[in-house]
Design a protein around this ligand. Structure first.
Ligand SMILES: Nc1ncnc2c1ncn2[C@@H]1O[C@H](COP(=O)(O)OP(=O)(O)OP(=O)(O)O)[C@@H](O)[C@H]1O
Length: 475
């Protein structure tokens, strides 16, 4: 007798229930709905992207086991993710769970389930349109790439390039910036927009690491010709993390060749790097000079308002509500990079979901305490305020208060100065920890302390003593 998706899923649930704790079962498996069954593939609906990612991260083996118990060794699972209506992705999001470990590229849109990993670019027997794959992640697009001063130039150049690939003077377009600041997101958003608007434009996203491996494999397999042919067909080439080419002479030569050919033929090249071209060591000058032909734009850490907007956008797309004071607290506290900000958010939601509690300021503080390095073991704002308070015999409350008494103002300025020296907090975040003062007050405090140290040796000795305490805490 042919089983329905409902009965297959019920059997899966029975197995899952015997393997996981009751609470996890209720949280992560009860909300799932079976949608359809097609020979060896069962489709289930999950409430959000976050939910899907959580299942994939924590229960992929269990899911595979139960699906294969039910549907045989070929058994597969497809997710349909409910996407928020605010995004451009208004169709169900289908993801295939392959039979081996989950790979990021197994994701695709709508019913057309593509498994890019199955296309081996060096064997490339046929290079017709059907064998083209882009490696683009559909989750990266412009609408969910929040604009701020930190990325305005790069973002607008990206949009211009995406609208007219190969035609603007931004060719190549080189995006650089520190870890987790959104380089991959931006370059992939460009690729997705080009693909969306020009179906016949062959867009290819590849990391420099993957390009290098493909190239060395091609040498080993005697298939350089197909490797080159493949790349020469690309219309929009996106190469991520070009700093990885550093010191790899042969790979650079190959890339130089491909770059020239594509550029001469009016094809678009987009690159990203973790540093500015002038700081890229171990790259041939001729390659570096080409990187500078078009436009180079940097990404900075988003400011407070942009971080707030990023958090809110992320919450909106996960269908999760977080109170304003928590959003504000997170945006103030995590000012290292966007990936870290997202990591804190995910932990926070996971804590709340698993413990079945609401997300509030207290939970956010607890979660952050476990993650953000600046607390307790290292010098953090709390430690500085406590140490300076004891030194000047002033309470921490006074340091945060509005009091304009001279000795308190000085102690407050010293604390701000030390926060600037010893923590990763931005000026805005430092001001926030001192009763919500703005960044110009912090700049003024830092300047006043430096000036006073120049003219008052007693004051300067006090600061040195405080600095010693900070250093002792750091070792
Ligand atoms: N302006 C932004 N708006 C929304 N999300 C962002 C923004 N900037 C970064 N992100 C998110 O932050 C995360 C890290 O970004 P991404 O992976 O693109 O960084 P990266 O600079 O390529 O990092 P790495 O140097 O490690 O390769 C991603 O999930 C991305 O979507």
């Amino acid at each position: 007798m042919v089983k329905s998706e409902k009965s297959v899923w019920e059997d899966c649930l029975r197995f899952i229930k015997s393997q996981v704790q009751e609470q996890s079962y209720k949280t992560w498996f009860e909300p799932i709905k079976p949608l359809g069954l097609n020979e060896t593939t069962i489709t289930i609906q999950v409430p959000s992207q976050f939910f899907y990612e959580y299942l994939e991260e924590h229960y992929v083996h269990l899911l595979r086991e139960c699906v294969q118990n039910e549907l045989g060794p070929e058994g597969k699972l497809e997710y349909s993710v409910i996407v928020d209506s605010g995004s451009v992705q208004n169709q169900p999001y289908m993801v295939t769970l392959p039979n081996q470990n989950q790979n990021q590229n197994g994701k695709s849109w709508g019913k057309e389930v593509v498994e890019p990993e199955m296309v081996n670019p060096f064997k490339m027997p046929s290079l017709d349109k059907d064998s083209r794959y882009s490696n683009l992640n559909p989750n990266y697009y412009f609408d969910n790439y929040i604009e701020g001063d930190c990325n305005r130039l790069a973002r607008s150049a990206g949009i211009a390039v995406a609208e007219k690939p190969g035609i603007t003077s931004f060719n190549p377009l080189m995006i650089y910036g520190g870890v987790g600041l959104g380089k991959t997101h931006l370059v992939q958003a460009i690729g997705n927009k080009v693909s969306e608007q020009r179906k016949d434009n062959f867009v290819l996203y590849v990391s420099s690491e993957k390009f290098t491996t493909q190239f060395t494999d091609a040498i080993r397999n005697n298939s350089i010709q197909s490797f080159t042919n493949f790349y020469l067909q690309v219309d929009t080439l996106i190469i991520d993390d070009v700093q990885f080419f550093s010191g790899k002479e042969k790979t650079q030569e190959m890339f130089f060749h491909i770059f020239n050919h594509l550029h001469q033929n009016g094809k678009q090249i987009i690159m990203s790097s973790d540093r500015a071209p002038r700081d890229l060591k171990g790259l041939q000058d001729r390659l570096l000079s080409r990187f500078k032909w078009g436009l180079t734009a940097d990404l900075q850490m988003p400011d407070f308002e942009t971080r707030m907007a990023i958090i809110m956008r992320k919450m909106q797309s996960d269908g999760i509500y977080i109170p304003d004071d928590v959003v504000e607290y997170l945006a103030y506290s995590v000012d290292t990079n966007v990936r870290e900000l997202e990591g804190v958010l995910i932990s926070l939601i996971a804590h709340a979901t698993l413990n079945k509690t609401d997300i509030d300021l207290e939970l956010a503080k607890q979660t952050l305490k476990n993650i953000v390095h600046d607390i307790e073991s290292e010098v953090g704002v709390d430690y500085i305020q406590k140490t300076v308070g004891e030194f000047f015999q002033i309470s921490v409350e006074d340091l945060k208060d509005k009091t304009r008494k001279k000795e308190i103002v000085i102690a407050r300025q010293v604390s701000m100065y030390l926060c600037k020296e010893y923590t990763n907090h931005s000026l805005k975040s430092i001001g926030y920890h001192f009763g919500g003062r703005d960044h110009s007050t912090v700049i003024h405090a830092v300047q006043s302390v430096s000036d006073m140290m120049d003219v008052d040796s007693k004051f300067s000795n006090s600061i040195d003593e405080l600095k010693k305490k900070m250093k002792m805490k750091l070792v």
